[in-house]
Design a protein. Structure first.
Lengths: 307, 167
């Protein structure tokens, strides 16, 4: 469940290898792949849950926010070797890495909150599709660069508004993750917004592609602001955020971008759920099965694997 | 015990960053605290970025350094809050970065709270070229080879260089 920051693998691996000459056994603890004794990302962090908070609801809430970050990160990782320029490949990989960091902490937090002791890998690799609670926006099949920028723009505006409000969460771990996330997602949002302006206010062709990108993801937007029961419970407990509260900020920031990009808000109907059930309920689009097949196939084939 | 703690702290302060080996974890502001509980050395570190893949290596490096110095019982704790800021890089650390051709960060923007403003235009702040000293530089990409660095180019000497981002 890890990717390395582009180009820096060798320095850190060399360092680990040098450490290994002193004490091969201990150095073997630090490895960068699934199922390899990758240490608990919450190591040394106080993970106690406030007494009056429903632990199962907190765990579900962490999975929702963690799955959003995990699946979005996976879709961004698919751009490695596919981006239009090397600089953008690095930017996209960096954003994926930041989101993966959020996902690791949130999934690990879920295992501590519900008392099951499950680790990040258990949640990422050994859950079935209906157990993933991410919004459907993050799972859609990789399209062209215009589609990516539209998806990332919408995601980052929404995520930043959410993290900003989580700063005051009564759960100290969520508040700490939000404090780091706000700084990082500010960079992600600027990156997507600047590209949206460059494309939208660029040539007739880039404008057309950016507009098509927005139209392609727009059916998934309303779902971002529909509160699931768990989100409502966590909001009442002072732990979570009601996504409906994010709509005003989202609309305001998006309008700024669209106006600078000479683009208009698409007029496309939202994608319906099934009997009111959507991503937060574990109901996903066809694309989700393919995401999980790729994400999970190796650890499922070799659940005890070590390297 | 005070001496033991001072010595342990001195050992921890020699450990370098896996991705920027010219800096110690102390220079970077990643090493937050070295304390002692019942004869055990407790080292607190904080990640620069949340997804920093080098945290495990840092933990191992700290444990090895302290164990090699004779401290058997060592625990490394992660602190997430307050979140790391590039302002925590020491003056000495900034000098070492510049000497290695990496432009050090300027002061990070502090915000009181509320909606985070959107930045649609390129940054006004010009980063000085660490090679020729010119201020005539431009940002090539805000995301570089590690999470904490951006890529810039000097228009005077034509050299590309890295810049530790303000965060």
């Amino acid at each position: 469940m890890s990717i390395n920051s582009v180009g820096e693998t060798s320095a850190a691996e060399t360092s680990a290898a040098e450490a290994g000459t002193d004490d091969a056994g201990a150095a073997a603890d630090s490895r960068w792949a699934f199922g390899t004794g990758f240490e608990d990302p919450l190591a040394g962090i106080d993970t106690s849950v406030p007494d009056d908070v429903d632990r199962d609801a907190l765990a579900s809430y962490c999975l929702m926010l963690g799955d959003d970050a995990l699946v979005m990160s996976h879709r961004l990782q698919e751009w490695c070797t596919n981006a239009p320029e090397l600089e953008d490949e690095m930017a996209i990989a960096n954003i994926a890495l930041d989101l993966l960091g959020q996902a690791r902490l949130l999934l690990a937090r879920a295992g501590k909150a519900d008392g099951s002791g499950r680790g990040e890998d258990d949640y990422a690799f050994f859950r079935a599709e209906h157990e993933f609670r991410n919004v459907r926006l993050v799972e859609i099949k990789r399209g062209d660069f215009g589609d990516l920028i539209a998806q990332l723009l919408v995601f980052a505006i929404w995520r930043l508004a959410l993290l900003q409000r989580l700063l005051t969460s009564r759960d100290p771990v969520l508040a700490a993750i939000a404090a780091k996330g706000v700084k990082e997602v500010t960079y992600h949002r600027d990156y997507a917004a600047q590209w949206a302006v460059r494309l939208g206010d660029g040539t007739a062709y880039s404008h057309q592609r950016m507009r098509a990108g927005l139209a392609s993801i727009w059916p998934m937007v309303d779902e971002l602001f529909a509160a699931h029961e768990v989100e409502r419970t966590m909001t009442e407990a002072g732990v979570g955020v009601d996504p409906a509260e994010l709509r005003d900020e989202f609309d305001d920031v998006l309008s700024q971008v669209l106006s600078a990009a000479t683009l208009e808000r698409p007029d496309v109907s939202p994608l319906a759920g099934v009997s009111g059930r959507t991503g937060r309920h574990g109901l996903h689009t066809e694309a989700m099965g393919y995401v999980l097949a790729e994400l999970q196939s190796v650890p499922r084939a070799h659940p005890e694997a070590r390297w | 015990m005070v001496t033991m703690l001072a010595e342990a702290r001195a050992v921890a302060r020699t450990v370098t960053d896996p991705e920027l080996p010219l800096l110690t974890l102390a220079d970077l502001g990643v090493l937050r605290e070295v304390s002692e509980e019942d004869g055990k050395v407790i080292v607190s570190i904080t990640p620069t970025y949340i997804g920093c893949p080098a945290m495990d290596t840092m933990r191992d490096d700290l444990v090895h350094a302290l164990q090699n110095a004779g401290y058997r019982d060592v625990e490394v704790r992660t602190v997430l809050r307050p979140p790391w800021s590039s302002d925590w890089i020491s003056e000495d650390g900034k000098r070492k970065l510049a000497a290695a051709g990496i432009a050090p960060p300027g002061a990070a923007t502090r915000r009181a709270g509320g909606q985070v403003p959107l930045t649609l235009a390129p940054p006004v702040r010009r980063v000085r070229c660490p090679r020729c000293g010119s201020a005539d530089t431009e940002e090539v990409s805000r995301f570089g080879a590690t999470a904490c660095k951006a890529l810039h180019r000097c228009r005077a000497c034509r050299e590309p260089f890295e810049h530790v981002k303000e965060i």
